[in-house]
Design a protein around this ligand. Sequence first.
Ligand code: ATP
Ligand code: MG
Length: 650
Amino acid sequence: MLEFDPHVLDEKPVPPPEEFSKRAHVRSLDEYRKMYERAERDPEGFWGEQAKLLDWFQAPTKVLEWDSPHAKWFSDGKLNVAHNCLDRHLEKNHNKPALIWEGEDGATLQFTYAELHERVCRFANALLSIGVKPGECVTVYLPMVPELPIAMLACARIGALHSVIFGGFSATALVDRIADSQSKVLITADGGYRRGKIVPLKDTADAALKNCPTIAKSIVVKRTGHDVDWHDGRDRWWHEIEKAASKDCPAEPFDSEHPLYVLYTSGTTGKPKGVLHTSAGYLLQTTWTTRLVFDLRDDDVYWCTADIGWVTGHSYIVYGPLSNGATIVMYEGAPDQPTKDRFWEIVERYKVTIFYSSATAVRAFMSWGMEWIDKHDISSLRLLGTVGEPINPAAWKWYFEAIGKNRCPIVDTWWQTETGAIMISPLPGATPTKPGSATLPLPGIIARVVNMKNEPVPPGETGYLTIQKPWPSMLRTIYGDDERYAREYWQKIPGVYFAGDAAQCDKDGYIWVLGRVDDVIKVAGHRLSSMEIESALVSHPTVAEAAVVARPDEIKGEVIVCFVTLRSGHSPSIELRGLLMEHVSTTIGTIARPADVRFCDILPKTRSGKIMRRLLRELAHKGGISGDTTTLEDMGVIERIAKTQGKEEE
Ligand code: ATP
Ligand code: MG
């Protein structure tokens, strides 16, 4: 992988806003560097020191035991994760709002720390009353309602693992994941609201449970109140068993390495993996990163727009913010329901100060236009974040100006389900940012861009993103499959963690994640990242979003095929297609000139909003799809793209 890429090195750093730095937890690049060096010199001393952020029932004397690829962090310590997220705040923050919830239908609820604590204790007792034991796995299949974090924290309180399955998944996806985790209990709801309609979760769960012999009990939240089938003996209403349970549920101490949850990855790359996270290390790194990366302070109103069905919701709606005693906003529905300004209305209503969203959402806001934003006073915002995919520089700049009003730092956070917490990100008061780069690894994280022999590649060359040393919130294994864990993450580049992403490191040490290794395209011997070409397309004023894949070609090896969605107010034409091809070729070079540009109304995405280039690759290559599509957001999209392709060729 040896292409020099001046494009990536071009961006000029944007210094942190002065006013922001003055009050920040980390106030200068120099301060960051000192922390980084201290952590690099003595990782165990560093993490041992950070561990004081948690409330321990028995403080650990050990920090790390590393028997590659298996890590134990703080192994002789004991704590309770739910106690850290709730009980320890009660004295000071009894009446502070912990959770502000808004349903898509306009319903609202607020819970203080005391109220959330009581709900969690009651439900923890309810789980105990139906026989849930420490170490057992409870499957949670809920919409974005308060019962979802309550269920997770109740499991944590009694030492049961949770496996949260995103509420948009089908019965088959549910069956596979329940079989893998061997859960005996399922928590679901009659339904939830999405895009103004009821998502009938219980119907889907009922269909799944026909093929889930391990499940003995199902607890059902009443959200929509519509009629549902009932299986006596198996089904129980949440509100009934919660009411019958005592609110007195002391938090028991558990070992640091006691399993906390299993979470199946979003599936961009194929068969989902059950990523296992354990208690103390995970909680420590989510707590610490929430504080530093979001520069959290006591009076913040923090909103992460992710779905709790994904790791971002686990780490940065539930565990990280609550462990810090923050006030969090949680929203049930779609961003364009009933209109495309729903998010800005929520920001205005609750005076949100920290807004953490995905690159794909930012591109959607950009394509919808300013009219939706200008209607609202969003001046409470002071920090913006993004995650999930590389953010194209044009989208970054738009986010900075249109939402942040040139005042709010942006933290572009790189991490994965497997890493559990943020790994590479600016510290908002310290790190000058470069649009499109997640910037520098956090203190304690040794990230490097290397070749297959683990040799660092020079600035501007593409290599593999690796983490060289274990970190507290790392996955401990793939549930039930140690061998796959070792093979996928620790053996490809022997001895270090292989993230599966392609990246470059520039002369300032800034890391530019280019996307998955599989998404790198080879044209006439040159390696190009799909991300770069997509960024060139997105920088064109007509383009909202782009996905670029390779199609095998007899002469050039591979040629570039672009799938493009347009911003509102623009429509496809032969001329525009030519213009876009020209635009890519002048922005990056003639080598990157696309062989084809195809217009589509939307791109195929995972349910977590990531573009599924794997499917587009197949489509560009064979004209159809045969691979696994269970994680696809909109099943019809591939068919529609295939159809328009046919038409354009006629
Ligand atoms: P699967 O592993 O099943 O294919 P997934 O990788 O999409 O699913 P996640 O763990 O949610 O599931 O996503 C992590 C990936 O998202 C990273 O490996 C990277 O490709 C991408 N990513 C996340 N944040 C960023 C970021 N800030 N910049 C660039 N890429 C990012
Ligand atoms: Mg992944």
